[in-house]
Design a protein around this ligand. Structure first.
Ligand code: BDP
Length: 654
């Protein structure tokens, strides 16, 4: 936004806790209830690109005061979707700077009398200003995170209301993630080029759903849930915040916890402090996929706001998984049992829609994750949609939840504030999800300098201060003995491309290198270690024997070398997980190292398996069978896995 020179974002619904970091309030996932309505504004909007050398023109000329079509020729643009791949024009794909969206909507009369009306965006990348009927209602910076505004006083009955959104994709040295913009001569004059070091396409636009929703005038603004387990008993500690005029009445909440079947298993009536604990006998804990026959068990927490005069002033429901997390120098435990994480780094990415929310894609991806026997993934390199977090809860998939900091460098106060803000917003959004088992505060930050040392100390401590119930990690890639951030983390994650960027073609150097590096990280920090990225670009259908880089054979062999290293490391105790890079092929900026994008997926971009996917499936179900007594393996894998088991127990060399 430096081009546009917008002021620091302090969105509606955000107050300052100290001079730097805004504290998010509200933003509960919009759910219908007896007291709330949700209306989607998804669909086709009108869209205009600004002139890259005149990005403030629309603001100066107040394009938000009336339909965009009155000032410019608009094109239809789907919401949610990235705008980049919708057209046939490289100018749209590579646009740098601002774009405008608008559409109109009606509201029913009773909304104005009885309700508060809200507008909520699941995410707009990278930052946004929103006007309703020509009045600015919210500004928000940092993609992949939701924001909202109350618009009760901005909407009208008896007229089609206008909503206008300005979105800017410009990344600078003080944005999260960072980028830079430079001017380059072209055949026709000059142009602005956006550069960034991270390895995924800087898709932009209204990426997730836009909804109007209503709450009562006095409403449940926020709910925080923490859970505990002791023997067969579970506890759910809840805390509710309300907003609005309480009058002279004493306000309290009635809370019911319902089983999956809908039966009330615990109830509580709070005092005026609106918090309390529900005790659940014979609890069904939330377990990761394949760790228990009934994995991903969720209760339904039903909160009803009442006062002495009126019941059910507002009702909000939230799914709750009861589980505990614990970690020490050598293990990571869930419900007291050691966990070995097996999964992926991923991207929100697909053909045409880019990073736009796509429920068909999310559903397919979770089906593939379960097909392959994974139990975890990292939301590399930014927060994923709220809908996918709900899927993870339901399916028992553990999430390492990453903020949008990638390749962080040039550390300064402005960057630190924004980095902290991205973590604050992420934790606010995701703290109630049982699937979230770790916070990742960065991917491949440049951590060799002293300034990185104090920067990451602050970021890690800030994260812990907001949520001490989950460990803090970061996907590191500096050499272990040069890195200055690892000591501030609870769990060490490291990315390394043995046999690819390092010693390409040398499949015979992988096992030793992976083991040596993991051991060094552990020796230096005495903390659990996991490998958060390894892999090889692979063109689906390219077969070369003996294995040669870019072929399916090479990816599969590189994986099996890593598996051997991981099996050796698992025996020493503190090695707690393996994550393939990447789940699926994805789009990047143009470069001669990328054939139509990054091809390290084990699935193609349209989610078809490469040979390595079948191998990984055997690996992940094999691990499951070895580590979890209740693991059910698919019948087509039975023979292979029983043989592997036999092999594992008879070969114990380190
Ligand atoms: C790692 C990055 C990841 C890249 C990957 C690669 O964390 O974002 O996509 O390398 O180059 O360094 O494939």
């Amino acid at each position: 936004m430096a081009i546009v020179a917008y002021a620091v974002t302090i969105a509606f619904g955000v107050i300052l806790i100290n001079s730097e970091i805004p504290q998010t309030t509200g933003l509960l996932y919009p759910r219908e209830s007896e007291t709330r309505e949700v209306r989607s504004l998804d669909g086709i909007w009108n869209f205009v690109q600004s002139d890259q050398y005149n990005v403030t023109q629309g603001i100066r000329e107040r394009w938000y005061k009336d339909d965009l079509s009155k000032v410019r020729k608009t094109i239809p643009m789907p919401v949610p979707a990235s705008y980049n791949d919708i057209g046939e024009d490289a100018g749209l794909r590579d646009h740098v700077g601002t774009v405008w969206y608008d559409r109109r909507f009606f509201i029913p009369k009773y909304w104005l009398k009885e309700k508060r009306v809200w507008i909520r965006f699941g995410s707009v990348h990278y930052d946004a200003i929103v006007w309703v009927n020509g009045v600015q209602v919210v500004k928000h910076e940092i993609g992949h995170l939701p924001f909202e505004a109350e618009i009760s006083n901005n909407v009208l009955y008896g007229k089609e209301n206008l909503i206008t959104v300005l979105c800017d994709n410009a990344l600078l040295q003080t944005t999260i993630p960072q980028g830079s913009i430079s001017e380059k001569p072209t055949d026709n004059g000059v142009t602005l080029i956006q550069s960034y070091t991270f390895d995924f396409f800087n898709y932009a636009g209204i990426h997730r759903s836009v909804v109007l929703y209503t709450t009562p005038k006095l409403y449940i603004e926020d709910v925080t849930v923490k859970t505990d387990l002791a023997d067969k008993n579970g506890s759910v500690h809840y805390e509710v915040k309300v907003n609005g005029d309480k009058g002279n009445w004493l306000t309290y909440v009635k809370v019911n916890l319902r089983s999956k079947e809908g039966d009330i298993v615990a109830s509580h009536k709070s005092g005026p402090e609106l918090k309390g604990t529900l005790k659940v006998e014979n609890v069904k804990p939330w377990w990761p996929y394949l760790m228990h026959p009934e994995y991903g068990y969720l209760y339904n927490l039903e909160i009803s706001l009442c006062n002495d005069e009126q019941e059910d002033i507002d009702i909000y429901r939230l799914k709750v998984g009861i589980r505990t997390l614990a970690w020490d120098k050598s293990s990571f435990r869930i419900n007291g049992e050691k966990v070995y994480l097996r999964g992926f780094g991923r991207h929100e990415d697909s053909d045409i829609r880019g990073k736009g929310l796509d429920l068909a894609l999310i559903t397919k991806d979770f089906n593939l994750i379960k097909w392959i026997g994974a139990n975890a993934y990292r939301t590399s390199h930014y927060p994923y949609s709220e809908e996918s977090m709900q899927f993870a809860d339901e399916n028992g998939i553990m999430i390492i939840d990453e903020c949008p900091s990638v390749d962080t460098d040039n550390f300064g106060q402005a960057l630190l504030d924004k980095h902290k803000s991205s973590i604050e917003q992420l934790i606010h959004r995701d703290r109630n999800h049982p699937s979230v088992v770790m916070w990742s505060i960065a991917n491949e930050p440049r951590t060799k300098s002293l300034s990185a040392d104090s920067y990451f100390e602050k970021v890690a401590n800030f994260t812990r201060s907001l949520d001490p119930t989950r460990p803090v990690t970061a996907a590191l890639n500096a050499a272990a003995d040069e890195d200055k951030a690892g000591k501030h983390l609870d769990i060490i994650s490291f990315n390394r491309y043995n046999g690819w960027y390092r010693n390409p073609g040398r499949l015979d150097m992988i096992i030793r290198n992976v083991m040596d590096e993991a051991k060094l990280w552990n020796k230096l920090h005495n903390k659990p270690v996991l490998m958060s990225e390894y892999g090889a670009d692979t063109v689906a259908g390219l077969h070369l024997l003996p294995a040669f880089i870019w072929s399916e054979e090479y990816q599969a062999t590189l994986f099996s070398k890593h598996f051997k290293a991981f099996d050796n490391l698992r025996k020493v105790g503190w090695f707690i997980g393996e994550f393939v890079w990447n789940f699926a092929d994805f789009k990047t900026e143009q470069s001669y190292t990328r054939v139509g994008g990054n091809k390290k997926g084990i699935f193609t971009r349209n989610r078809q398996p490469k040979a390595a996917a079948h191998l990984l499936r055997k690996r992940y179900f094999g691990l499951c069978q070895e580590l979890n007594s209740s693991c059910q393996i698919p019948s087509d894998l039975y023979l292979y896995i029983t043989e592997r088991e036999h092999h594992y127990h008879n070969h114990t060399e380190l």
